[in-house]
Design a protein around this ligand. Structure first.
Ligand code: PEP
Length: 252
């Protein structure tokens, strides 16, 4: 059975002091919650503070990106060993904002996720079509391209421990959520693709989150779908009442 996973992507928000306030409140709200993996992904500058604050709690730490080299002359980059050192367990890779604004490609996603896996970080690999691609009926083609390119050369064992996030770009930060059945259709397609690429066992083991304007109001219907194993949450993860409500509703 796949344990649902709810991850909060704080993006470019929260100083480390603000992050501490947020996570302290979250800790109190979710202290008794079991059966759901809870992850927060603050900006790099708040990772250490949040890491210290969540020691021995049911909240895990994620980063929002990772570079593929371990060290060297790569000004401004952060490596997997650096993240591990701070207690990071998960890392978001290939978020659509990185694909859109920072030149991320399937190839760089693949390099980042290999580095993450090599150092024992669990990648959360994002895939998803934009509005014009959906309107041109290219959704499945885009998803196939993102999955095949991003996951190229991985073994079934490596895939099985990973998380994928289906995030239709038109639903991110827009208030427009994919209808549960519409999201399920793509999740089932992704799982089918994973089966072809890595075999049944790895495909069944891989958790596939939905992301795109998830709220306390729509999470139950989304998580009720067979192949939706959690959510990657942006805006609603910045407020404890909404994020905690999403977490509590995510138990299958
Ligand atoms: C995201 O950034 O991954 C996301 C899903 O954002 P939001 O929940 O705000 O749409």
């Amino acid at each position: 059975m796949r344990i649902p996973i709810i991850a909060g992507n704080w993006k470019l928000n929260k100083t480390s002091r603000e992050a501490l306030v947020l996570v302290e409140e979250l800790k109190r709200e979710v202290v008794d919650v079991g059966g759901v993996d809870i992850v927060v992904c603050p900006p790099f500058t708040a990772l250490e503070t949040v890491s210290d604050a969540i020691t021995e709690t049911n909240i895990m730490l994620g980063a929002q990106n990772v570079y593929w080299a371990d060290n060297g002359a790569f000004t401004g980059e952060i490596s997997a060993p650096m993240l591990k050192d701070l207690g990071v367990q998960y890392v978001i890779i290939g978020h659509s904002e990185r694909r859109q604004f920072f030149g991320e490609t399937n190839e760089t996603v693949n390099k980042r996720l290999r580095a993450a896996l090599k150092h024992g970080l669990t990648p959360i690999v994002c895939v998803g079509e934009n509005l014009s691609e959906r309107e041109a009926n290219q959704t499945f083609e885009v998803i196939r391209n993102h999955c095949q390119g991003s996951l190229a050369g991985l073994s079934a064992v490596e895939l099985g421990g990973m998380v994928l996030a289906y995030e239709p770009v038109w639903a991110i930060g827009t208030g427009k959520t994919a209808a549960p059945a519409q999201a399920q259709e793509v999740h089932a397609f992704i799982r089918g693709l994973l089966k072809k690429m890595f075999g049944e066992a790895a495909a069944q083991e891989t958790r596939i989150q939905y992301g795109g304007s998830v709220t306390p109001e729509n999470i139950a219907a989304l998580i009720g779908e067979a192949d939706i194993d959690g959510a990657l949450v942006g805006g609603a993860s910045l407020k404890v009442p909404s994020f905690a409500a999403i977490i509590k509703a995510a138990k299958k």
